[in-house]
Design a protein around this ligand. Structure first.
Ligand code: CUA
Length: 306
């Protein structure tokens, strides 16, 4: 994305410089050309024509629209991750960055990613607003408490790149820095397999799911008092009040912390809140576990398995 962002940036710089120099040059030129030559001279009124008025209204308008369409185009591209991203969870807190890979690796202030693969960061904060900024990748996005925000990038060159917090977040904001370490794919695989002892996020989530006794109500056999979670993620959920909602990260998070905010149609608001009982990291584990639950389709499995 860096090339596209830079092209737009340098265009803005060039067009600003062009008009600044043009206007400053004309001011100086006319100030000299029409200077007062004797103390009694009086200027005559200037009359501009309609054609001139229209020109200097329409030309800037077209330039502004051109910049707008170009900028919107780049913005949409930056905001739309491709479907095959490597997902990494990011939790910001005063004053460090915590990264969680789906395979279970955890890192602090260091993020290892492979070259040539799009990476999506799913980010939240434990306390105040932070902001992930990787200048070399031209990506920057706020990290907000109680919400998930995304950015994505595709590293094109192995190396180490600065990562900054770009939102003033307290005393040691300036020290809230880190590094993105871009590795060759093979090297990355070695790195990945080196730290997977703790198991994947989803498996940690599964353990938590039973530790918190979620499984007594959310059972895959539709006999429970809570909705079946298998195959839920990404689907549209019908709510008690007739609304619908997409089961994304934010929805799962809200359903754990504020269960009565959105009641699934056909269920009672009996689920207790887990606010204060699960940390941001544990929420991510539970979300990954819910994501990993595929819909049960016994009939199909039978026809596919010889
Ligand atoms: Cu975190 Cu500034």
């Amino acid at each position: 994305m860096a090339g596209r962002v830079d092209a737009l940036y340098f265009f803005l710089l060039a067009i600003s410089a062009f008009f600044s120099l043009l206007i400053a040059g004309l001011i100086i030129f006319y100030a000299v050309k029409y200077r007062r030559r004797d103390p009694n001279s009086v200027g005559s009124n200037a009359h501009s024509g309609m054609a001139l008025e229209i020109t200097w209204t329409v030309v800037p308008f077209l330039i502004a629209m051109f910049i707008f369409v170009w900028g919107a185009n780049v913005y949409v591209a930056i905001s739309s991750p491709p479907p095959d991203t490597i997902n990494v969870y990011v939790v910001g807190k005063q004053w460090m960055w915590k990264f969680q890979h789906l395979d279970g690796q955890r890192e602090i202030n260091e993020l290892h990613v492979p070259v040539g693969r799009p990476v999506k960061l799913i980010m939240t904060s434990e306390d105040v607003i932070h902001d992930v900024f990787v200048p070399a990748f031209r990506v920057k996005a706020d990290v907000l408490p109680g919400r998930y925000t995304n950015i994505w990038f595709e590293p094109t060159k192995p190396g180490r790149y600065h990562l900054f917090c770009a939102e003033y977040c307290g005393t040691r904001h300036s020290g809230m820095t880190g590094e993105v370490i871009v590795m060759e794919p093979a090297e990355y695989q070695t790195w990945l397999s080196g730290g997977a002892a703790e198991g994947s996020l989803a498996s940690a989530g599964q353990k938590l799911f039973s530790d918190l006794a979620c499984n007594t109500c959310h059972r895959p056999d539709a006999q429970g008092r809570g909705p079946v979670l298998d195959g839920l993620f990404g689907k549209t959920v019908k709510l008690q009040n007739g609304d619908t909602v997409t089961a994304d990260e934010a929805y799962v998070r809200e359903s754990i912390l504020q269960p009565s905010a959105k009641i699934t149609a056909g269920f009672q608001p009996i689920m207790p809140t887990f606010q204060g009982l699960v940390s941001e990291e544990q929420l991510l584990e539970l979300i990954e576990y819910v994501k990993s639950l595929k819909a049960q389709a016994p009939a199909q499995t039978q026809t596919q398995t010889p």
